[in-house]
Design a protein around this ligand. Structure first.
Ligand code: MN3
Length: 202
């Protein structure tokens, strides 16, 4: 199969004021596109080119080529990040909402854990809501790693992705990562997250 660089699911300005249009344009059109280009270049002509992106991620162990790990992760992670947000945010399904209540106590408690995971990820990386062994959990990964990779501290099926690289927020928020995370949490697409949750526990 040939990998394709997907469209952004909304306009650059859709997430204003929480994520500004200039950041979105640079993030999508330069950062994400560079990961895509470098990833497809790195796997060109190799057996990985015939796998799905999820299969490639599941094969990233400690011996994986850095060009595949970093650029493949960057390609996958940003697709999920864009699809973790929408204009104005959205509501969780009753199934996801009740799983959040039983696992974290409330949606607010989950947001606190996501914020904490994003704030305490030193340097660059991502925070995640995942399904791990059938249960929701919050985790984080360094650089462009993700929970599909066997190298991750906690493996699982990603439900939402929170990019905490400085390129995700520095133009608007400078060093104030906690304020960016608060903004991100205002625009989470819990409806799409609910679809991923349902698929993950099926
Ligand atoms: Mn990024």
């Amino acid at each position: 199969m040939a990998f394709e660089f997907p469209d952004l699911p909304y306009d650059f300005s859709a997430l204003e004021p929480h994520v500004d249009a200039q950041t979105m344009e640079i993030h999508y059109d330069r950062h994400h596109r560079a990961y895509f280009t470098n990833f497809t270049g790195a796997i060109d002509g190799s057996p990985l080119a015939d796998q799905s992106l999820e299969q490639v991620m599941a094969g990233i162990d400690a011996s994986a080529a850095p060009a595949v790990r970093n650029n493949g992760g960057g390609f996958y992670n940003h697709i999920l990040y864009w699809n973790s947000m929408c204009d104005g945010g959205s509501a969780a399904s009753s199934a996801l909402a009740s799983a959040i209540d039983s696992e974290f106590g409330s949606m607010d408690k989950l947001k606190e854990q996501l914020k904490q995971a994003g704030m305490t990820r030193f340097g660059s990386g991502f925070a995640w809501l995942v399904v791990n062994n059938g249960k929701l959990a919050v985790t984080s990964t360094p650089n462009q790693d993700n929970p599909l990779m066997p190298v991750a501290d906690m493996q699982g099926t990603p439900i939402i992705a929170l990019d905490v690289w400085e390129h995700a927020y520095y133009l608007k928020y400078q060093n104030k990562r906690p304020d960016y995370i608060d903004g991100y949490l205002e625009v989470v697409d819990w409806a799409k997250a609910s679809e991923r949750f349902s698929a993950a526990i099926a």
